[in-house]
Every structure is written in C-alpha cells, then in structure tokens.
Ligand binder design. Structure first.
Ligand code: PRP
Length: 180
C-alpha cells in the first residue's frame, strides 16, 4: 500500500495530537450533556474510535450509513442505508465525519438529523477540503481537525476504491494509481 503513496500529508503523531486537542475542547463542551455522537460510515470508523476516547464525558455512540445514487458522477442525491438507532429528539448530537469535501454528505446528514429535533447539532470533521465545496453549500463545521488542500487523500479511514483505509496515516495517493 505504501508504495502507492506520493507523500504523507498527516502523520499518526500529528493526527493523535490534534485529536487530543479537540478532545479537550469537546470534553468541556459536552460535560453534563450526555451527547449522542453520530459517526457517518464508513470512512469515519478510524477517526471515530480515536476521537470518542478523547471525549471524556458520558455519551452514547451511534452511526449513520449513507450512500449516493449513481456512483461518482451522481448528482449528490443520498440514500440512508442505516439510520441512527437512538431517539435523538431533545438530545445533544455531535456528528463526526472524516472529511468535509463537496458537502453532499454533511448537508444531507444535517438535514436528516435536524428533522428529528435534537436539542443541538454540531459537526466535527477531521479534514476540511474547502476548495472542493459545491457552490451553494454554506454549512460550517463547528470543529475541524485539519484544513487540507485539494489532493486525493487516503488512509486513516479514507479510501480509494475501498482500499487504503487501514493505513495509519493520511497520505496523498500517486496520480497514476487513480488515473490508470
Ligand atoms: C466520503 C467521506 C465523507 C464524504 C465526504 O464518504 O467519508 O462521508 O465522502 O464527501 P462529500 O463532502 O463530498 O460528501 P463516501 O461516500 O466516499 O463513503 P465512505 O465513508 O464509505 O468512504
């Protein structure tokens, strides 16, 4: 896998240090709120596992699994494959995402969860790639791990063709891998 990586963008140490910093902020924010922490599958799994262990408050873990219609050239229409199982009405909800890219996923997730009337709804994304945002998407992530350039990143949960998710760092994929 490593030989397909052009450059390491974020090392394990950089990621873990930032997660500890975010953890302190989120621990203070959610003290006494018993939040429902919702991960958006599948890319989030690695970040989720590390992040929740740094949010040192009582909380409930939940997940949503989305997919978009029509593959890569889709219009951004999403379908819920698996909804949250908790009743989040009146609850404080924190969405965890691995990457905020075009905004299709978060826009849909926020609208979907807001309709369930949570007491509050915030977003924490490990990566933010603002250059890729679709026109008209104005949503702001409340907590961002790293703002990154418009490069094809994999690892630490992020995939290309379902591969590379288990790399422990975030790397930039060599163009010849996705251009072939
Ligand atoms: C990826 C990623 C985010 C979403 C971000 O998920 O995990 O959920 O794309 O991109 P967007 O801002 O353009 O919507 P993907 O749909 O590739 O599925 P995965 O989580 O299973 O990798």
């Amino acid at each position: 896998m490593e030989r397909d990586i052009e450059k390491i963008l974020l090392t394990q140490e950089q990621i873990q240090n930032r997660i500890r910093e975010l953890g302190e902020i989120l621990t203070a924010e959610y003290a006494d709120k018993n939040p429902v922490i919702v991960g958006v599958l599948k890319g989030v799994v690695v970040f989720y596992a590390d992040m929740v262990r740094q949010i040192q408050v009582p909380c409930q873990m939940d997940f949503m699994w989305l997919s978009s219609y029509g593959g890569v050239n889709s219009t951004g229409k999403m379908v819920v494959r698996q909804d949250v199982t908790a009743d989040i009405a009146g609850r404080h909800v924190l969405i965890l995402e691995d990457i905020y890219d075009t905004g299709n996923s978060l826009t849909y997730t926020v609208a979907h969860l807001k309709a369930k009337n949570p007491a509050s709804l915030k977003i924490c994304t490990l990566l933010d790639k603002p250059e890729r945002r679709k026109p008209g998407v104005t949503l702001k992530a409340d907590y961002v791990g790293f703002t990154i350039p418009n490069a094809f990143v994999v690892g630490y949960g992020l995939d290309y063709n379902e591969q590379y998710r288990n790399l422990p760092f975030i790397g930039i994929l060599k163009p010849e891998v996705y251009e072939k």
